[in-house]
Design a protein around this ligand. Structure first.
Ligand SMILES: [Zn+2]
Length: 306
């Protein structure tokens, strides 16, 4: 920041959920807001998605493509097929989807006024920010890649962001984007629990597939391997120590996935419930599994994601 203030162009990297999230993270490091307002020019974030193979791509017709059209009013130009040229993947090469935020007079003023919440910052950069979803949408409509591929890379938050930008309600996302798991090609709710019976009960209550992992480390590995997770269900039975520590561990491991989470509370977790209520965390009692209440809670979760 000192080098930047003296007029040097400084490029640096930072780990956050999205470009705008860099600003509160820098402020968290006790950087002075007025220094940041002067020194920062902008933030760019980039992910790579596969390009459609131009030899074998075909016009779209899948449910996932209809969902894209419902939200944006435009149809993806092509869908992947697979041929000898592309090794039967339907894709060939990669291209970047890019999110950016520019420093503006409005953002500078918001920072000087002490603004640091994402909502405040977002309002200050209207017209000077481009989301991942908007960047991906442009590539999809021009036939360079597909909604399926973008979802594999960005996760289900792609749909929430796209819906938000177009002022449409988020959909239920119960379509198949082609997971690696041939046995069950439905979108998955990922259960973090050692209780296999709970997984079975959950499976019976939901129209989505259910995958179970033992802990957050396995959850991260699962999410990286499969592009089909739409939500997390977290069993409070996994918590061995103080709830705050468990929550912090979960947040550290899983926040970057951008997936919405629902806690299943076991008996004797009143203190945890209070903690969740304070943070606006969604939860449901284990006695309500597998009633319709659980399916309704998961659907509410998916409708409300931003
Ligand atoms: Zn091909």
């Amino acid at each position: 920041m000192q080098a930047a203030l003296t007029g040097h162009l400084v490029l640096s990297t930072f780990h956050t959920n999205d470009a705008l999230g860099t600003i509160p993270r820098l402020l968290d490091l006790n950087l002075d807001a007025s220094v940041l307002a002067d020194a920062l020019i902008g933030v760019v974030s980039q992910r790579l998605v596969r390009c459609l193979c131009e030899v074998c791509r075909q016009p779209p017709w899948l449910a996932v493509e209809e969902e894209f059209q419902r939200i944006t009013g435009e149809l993806p130009a092509y869908r992947p097929v697979g041929c000898e040229q592309c090794g039967y993947t339907g894709y060939h090469g990669r291209l970047p989807i890019i999110e950016y935020v520019e420093m503006t007079a409005g953002l500078r003023q918001a920072l000087l006024n002490g603004g640091r919440s994402l909502a405040t910052l977002k309002e200050a950069v209207v017209g000077h920010r481009r989301s991942m979803a908007a960047s991906a949408k442009a590539w999809i409509v021009s036939g360079m890649t597909t909604p399926q591929e973008v979802q594999q890379v960005l996760g289900v938050k792609f749909w929430a962001e796209l819906a938000e930008e177009h002022g449409k309600p988020a959909g239920l996302l119960n379509f198949d984007v082609g997971s690696n798991n041939q046995a069950d090609r439905r979108m998955k709710v990922l259960l973090l629990s050692t209780d296999a019976e709970l997984a079975a009960r959950l499976g019976a209550a939901l129209t989505y597939g259910v995958a179970r992992v033992d802990d957050e480390k396995a959850a991260v590995a699962y999410i990286e391997q499969h592009g089909d997770v739409i939500a997390l269900v977290l069993d409070s039975g996994l918590c061995a120590g103080p709830f705050e520590d468990w929550m912090l561990g979960l947040r550290t491991a899983l926040a970057s996935s951008g997936l919405p989470g629902l806690f299943v509370l076991r008996e004797g977790t009143q203190a945890f419930q209070t903690l969740l209520d304070n943070y606006g965390g969604q939860h449901i009692g284990i006695e309500e599994v597998p009633t319709d209440a659980l399916a309704a809670a998961v659907n509410r979760l998916l409708q409300g994601i931003h």
